[in-house]
Design a protein around this ligand. Structure first.
Ligand code: FE2
Length: 216
């Protein structure tokens, strides 16, 4: 008997882009000061999609229209990161991509002690990204504080686990992915992916900027 070589390939794979802005300290401190100064009703999202929490401030979705240089610097980095992810993940040529209209909704979150964000996705966008301005304290007894959790989009795929599928390679893993973004780090992921922020137990603040992007 001749055993045929098996070719293994990922199907239904989820693209995840990741990049780091370096240096990021000056920019992040400028953003932090600006955001803390604008935690006001004027800048609060007037139509939150989920029940608002006292512990988490969500801004309006027009952040990238703010003219402040620090915001425009962040805008360039974040949208460039999204563009690079789209180009790497798709068959679009750079020329075709450059002809598209690149839309975004972008906002900031300031999270304080016990703040979190429930699982959700963004059905009116194709790509989402999160940038970390400030990690915040991670208490030694709360290692799961303030994590960004991306859920496996294959519901029920882990319903039956045995030694044959319990230790798959990372690309095939049947579990959610917990990320603690570092300052200056961005991740880009498909907007269909459900995600949540676990309760933040630091005594300070966790600050992130999120964007939803769509193209026409
Ligand atoms: Fe989100």
């Amino acid at each position: 008997m001749v055993s045929a070589a098996v070719t293994l390939s990922p199907i239904f794979a989820v693209p995840l882009g990741e990049a780091r802005l370096a240096p990021c300290e000056r920019l992040n401190r400028e953003l932090e000061a600006l955001f803390l100064a604008r935690e006001t009703d004027e800048h609060r999202n007037p139509m939150p999609s989920h029940i608002p929490q006292e512990e988490m401030f969500e801004s309006r979705f027009n952040l990238f229209r703010w003219p402040e240089p620090c915001v425009q610097e962040l805008r360039k980095f974040m949208l460039d990161s999204v563009a690079q992810t789209v180009l790497q993940a798709s068959t679009l040529s750079a020329e075709d991509f450059a002809r598209l209209k690149f839309h975004n909704h972008t906002w900031f979150h300031v999270t304080r002690h016990a703040g979190s964000f429930v699982s959700h996705h963004h059905p009116m966008a194709s790509w989402s990204a999160v940038y970390c301005v400030r990690v915040g304290e991670v208490p030694a007894d709360q290692p799961g504080s303030g994590l960004l959790r991306l859920f496996d989009p294959r519901p029920g795929a882990n319903a039956y686990l045995d030694p044959g599928n319990a230790n798959l390679h990372a690309a095939f893993a049947l579990r959610s992915l917990d990320l603690r973004l570092g300052e200056g780090q961005i991740i880009v992921f498909p907007s269909y992916l459900f995600h949540e922020v676990t309760p933040f137990y630091g005594r300070d603040t966790r600050i992130t900027v999120a964007t939803n992007c769509w193209f026409a």
